[in-house]
Design a protein around this ligand. Structure first.
Ligand SMILES: [Zn+2]
Length: 229
């Protein structure tokens, strides 16, 4: 291989390596096998602000999105919930509220039918996904700072309260949302994704782990126990 070919090859690997996908999911009854390679292959490698359908977001969707953000904000008032995020100063945020508001105000928490990589959500059981490095915002120093993009699945349980088997998500036991109403579930989904964005909970990509959602459930359980009880 020529040097420049090797160089390009290494650059490509480096770009792919910084992309991770994590999701809030419920164990799916129907799961289509889809390799992570495929998801990465179609990632727009140069786009810092991938085209989402957020601009066409209907007013109703905006309202539901805002409800979740408000619910998350309320739960974060609990000290032990805020403590899940640890010290945010290295990430450039003063408090968890600064983090939440920055993400909300910069369209880094959005709803769509595609995630930030342009991939379709597997099914209604995927509440949201967070993709690292796909967004940005101007920080307090006036510097453009890289950020994750959180996309709430517009067809998922966050909006419809229904899972792929048409059961109501509030009736599902032992999978991270037990005992919560829709307001709590929405807040929990957003906190879960913000924790991914800050790298505070393990990556729980089902495609990567092939664990039938076990790690995602563990992450959701942590949020439920700490922030909603
Ligand atoms: Zn997750």
């Amino acid at each position: 291989m020529k040097i420049d070919t090797i160089d390009r090859f290494l650059k490509k690997i480096a770009i792919i390596a910084i992309i991770f996908i994590s999701a809030t999911i419920l164990p799916a009854q129907r799961r289509t096998a889809k390799s992570l390679d495929h998801e990465l292959a179609i990632a727009p490698l140069s786009a810092s602000s991938p085209a989402g359908d957020d601009i066409k977001m209907p007013a109703r969707v905006r309202v539901e999105l805002q409800k979740g953000i408000n619910s998350a904000r309320q739960a974060m008032r609990k000290k032990k919930c805020a403590a899940l995020f640890g010290d945010l100063s290295n990430a450039g945020f003063r408090t968890v509220f600064d983090l939440l508001n920055t993400y909300a105000d910069n369209n880094l928490i959005r709803a769509g039918k595609l995630d930030a990589n342009g991939s379709r959500f597997r099914n209604e059981d995927v509440g949201a996904t967070t993709v690292a490095g796909m967004g940005s915002f101007t920080n307090a120093k006036g510097v453009l700072q890289s950020a994750s993009v959180i996309t709430i699945n517009q067809k998922g349980f966050y909006f419809t309260s229904r899972m792929s088997d048409s059961n109501d998500v509030t009736s599902v036991k032992g999978h991270g949302f037990e005992g919560l109403d829709m307001s709590g579930i929405r807040g929990a989904v957003i906190i879960h994704e913000l924790l991914h964005a800050m790298g505070r909970i393990p990556n729980d990509s089902v495609e990567l782990l092939n664990d039938r959602g076990k790690q995602s459930i563990a992450n959701s359980e942590l949020v439920r126990r700490t922030c909603f009880r």
